[in-house]
Design a protein around this ligand. Structure first.
Ligand SMILES: CC(C)(COP(=O)(O)OP(=O)(O)OC[C@H]1O[C@@H](n2cnc3c(N)ncnc32)[C@H](O)[C@@H]1OP(=O)(O)O)[C@@H](O)C(=O)NCCC(=O)NCCS
Length: 175
């Protein structure tokens, strides 16, 4: 249970359990993949194909937010080598448009970073479109800071901002 009122009622939600809104964060299953891919297509101009999600099945960092009506969002995170060590990498996160702004992105990211911590990494990074202010604000709240830009990272020519956070300094919305 989080102490602060930063997220209103959402702070009463245990990260793993169902919240007051009936949403539960749990590992992704095969039966979730169609819904995940549909949310992906609604969220990105260059969506991951179905098979990309299939490849992450069974990995602890592939989580979905399950609402009574079905999958409402997901996150994919794993670890990657960087400079002789392994770091966490948040590869994808999206919430169904109808569910945005209700704290699910926060819960998904918090759980994904928890999975990375359990894997023993001390830093997490991600790439985000420079223009994606909503996502950048979400990441900023968790303590992610800009490290560098990768020009023309996306197929349409937009640059990616690479953000990173030291996990022992990250924001813990649920205490
Ligand atoms: C980014 C995304 C996952 C956030 O999910 P969400 O469930 O809406 O996030 P939350 O409700 O937990 O909001 C967390 C914070 O994000 C920011 N945020 C959320 N919606 C916002 C909006 N419309 N405008 C500005 N900031 C916003 C706020 O800081 C918010 O905190 P607050 O509600 O206390 O102000 C969601 O907007 C999304 O799926 N976007 C499309 C896919 C995408 O861009 N993914 C990121 C790729 S790098």
């Amino acid at each position: 249970m989080a102490a602060s009122g930063l997220l209103g009622d959402v702070t009463t939600t245990a990260p793993g359990g169902a919240g007051h809104d009936g949403v539960r964060i749990r590992p992704a299953e095969r039966a979730d993949l169609l819904a995940v891919a549909r949310i992906e297509r609604e969220s990105f101009t260059q969506p991951w194909p179905f098979q990309a999600f299939e490849g992450f099945l069974g990995q602890a960092g592939f989580l979905v937010a399950e609402a009574g009506t079905g999958v409402a969002g997901y996150v994919v995170a794993d670890t990657v080598p960087q400079g002789g060590r392994r770091v966490g990498h948040v590869k994808d996160i999206a919430v169904h448009p109808d569910w945005r702004g209700r704290g699910l992105g926060t819960r998904l990211l918090d759980r994904a970073l928890g999975v990375l911590e359990a894997r023993g990494v001390d830093m997490a990074k991600l790439e985000v479109r420079q223009s994606n202010e909503t996502a950048i604000e979400l990441y900023r709240r968790f303590g992610f800071e800009p490290r560098h830009l990768v020009t023309e990272y996306y197929a349409d020519g937009e640059a990616a901002a690479v953000l990173a956070v030291e996990l022992d300094e990250r924001w813990r919305p649920f205490g």
